[in-house]
Design a protein around this ligand. Structure first.
Ligand code: ADP
Length: 442
């Protein structure tokens, strides 16, 4: 600025000196000086006019000015450009913040010192049913919940409450109050319905496991106490020791099933290309022979298998799932009942199926039988020796093989448990394997 002013003044001084020189040489000095000054003033007016025109649109590059005007105009232009860049980047950041805020799954509401809603995001509109007309209105007036009033009045320890969400859908919200500055508060709300459900499931699960383990454990303790009697003869001791075996095995079966379920839930599913095809027809024959042993001649076991049909999957897991279905068929079928184990192609993919002529299941139980420890008839299931985890294991194994468990059943008419696998898991079995099966099972 000072350089521009100096340059400008030097220019004026040079003009005046030239005028003075002309006045001294030609005479009429005051006129020459007046002429010089007027010309300088006219020039400055023109410059001022140009500056004024530029100042109305200062974002365009300024035209060339005389020395007195050029530097300040350039300076002004640069400052304007810089502040323009700054506000552009601020706007971009603000925009990004707005996008993040709207994408947040949790509701965020800004409350002003008067307890009114200043701002809210999309999640708040969804979870708290806020609309633009609620802006500048009280949040308490909108939600009308005593716990929320207490929270906003700062009367809740840890500034956290759980309350029902407004609207027809039954949901629970966890609402938190966070201080932003001296007078403004941020209210955050998140949907904890699913979390609560999971917590309840976990509590139920622990209670169920404890209960299931407690029953055989009580029996074992009873026998052990009886064994403490010194006066028992050898035969009675032998009988009591034998009786310990059944509850102990039941506990082992339960723990084995629990471990299997945990493994199924936590271990990653292998990539299909890492797996070998399973010879399902051979597996069916193994299942049938295990079923014969279990049934001990009380049921007729029939196998129908497509000998060309192999499946890409985890053999141990599929065996666990299939044997659970076969065991259930035996467990819930009366003596003399027939049980079919089938493996065949359908239009939707290969199908594994176990059908029985057993007790069947009433429709109201069908949607729940794959839940852990869910039994249609608890007493009967215990007597028959199930852990209550069999179908939960089946469901998980099938899920890991892109399939689901389907059931057709009605009381007294038997049951059909089946699962259709996706076509991409099919592998045609090599001829030698097929021939081997055909030879064994003509
Ligand atoms: P469990 O070990 O008690 O058999 P599951 O998870 O295998 O547990 O089965 C859950 C319940 O489903 C059983 O208690 C039984 O009531 C019913 N169920 C399963 N399979 C059959 C079947 N083939 N016929 C009749 N009921 C069955």
């Amino acid at each position: 600025m000072s350089i521009a002013l100096t340059n400008g003044l030097i220019g004026l001084l040079q003009l005046l000196t030239a005028a003075a020189l002309l006045g001294w040489l030609l005479g009429g000095l005051p006129w020459w000086l007046l002429l010089a000054l007027s010309s300088w003033l006219i020039l400055q007016s023109v410059e001022f006019h140009r500056f004024w025109r530029w100042a109305r649109k200062p974002l365009s590059r300024p035209a060339n000015h005389s020395a007195l005007w050029q530097t300040p105009t350039d300076h002004l232009y640069r400052t304007l450009q810089q502040s323009r860049e700054r506000s552009k980047s601020l706007l971009e950041r603000l925009d990004r913040m707005r996008v993040i805020n709207q994408a947040l799954p949790d509701a965020a509401v800004l409350i002003n010192p008067a307890g009114q809603i200043e701002l809210y995001n999309d999640a708040a509109a969804r979870l708290l049913e806020l609309r633009p007309e609620n802006l500048r209105r009280s949040l308490v007036g909108h939600l009308r919940h005593p716990q929320l009033i207490a929270l906003l009045e700062g009367k809740v320890p840890e500034n956290l409450v759980e309350l029902p969400a407004p609207g027809p859908i039954e949901r629970r919200l966890e609402v938190r109050r966070i201080r932003i500055d001296k007078d403004n508060w941020l209210i955050l709300a998140r949907d904890v319905t699913q979390l609560n459900r999971l917590l309840t499931m976990r509590q139920d699960f622990v209670a169920n496991v404890s209960h299931e383990l407690r029953t055989p454990l009580t029996v074992i303790i009873g026998y052990l106490e009886a064994l403490e009697d010194q006066s028992l003869d050898q035969d009675t001791v032998q009988q009591l020791v034998q009786k310990l075996s059944s509850p102990a095995h039941r506990m082992k079966a339960l723990v084995d099933d629990l471990l299997l379920l945990t493994r199924l839930e936590s271990s990653p599913v292998p990539v299909i290309s890492d797996l070998d095809p399973i010879n399902v027809p051979v597996m069916l024959r193994q299942l049938a022979s295990e079923a014969e042993q279990l049934s001990n001649g009380r049921h007729e076991i029939l196998v129908e298998a497509d000998n060309e049909l192999g499946l890409i999957g985890i053999e141990t897991e599929l065996h666990s799932a299939f044997i659970n279905l076969v065991t259930n068929a035996i467990r819930y079928s009366p003596n003399g009942g027939r049980i079919w184990i089938r493996w065949y192609r359908t239009g939707r993919g290969p199908c594994f199926e176990v059908q029985d002529e057993g007790v069947g299941i009433a429709p109201e139980h069908l949607s729940r039988i794959t839940e852990r420890f869910y039994r249609v008839d608890l007493g009967a299931a215990r007597v028959r020796g199930g852990t209550g985890l069999g179908l939960a294991i089946v469901k998980h194994v099938l899920k890991r093989h892109d399939a689901t468990l389907q059931v057709q059943s009605s009381p007294g008419a038997g049951s059909r448990f089946y699962s259709i696998f996706p076509d991409f898991r099919i592998r045609r079995l090599p001829t030698t394997a097929r021939q081997a099966i055909n030879r064994d099972n003509p």
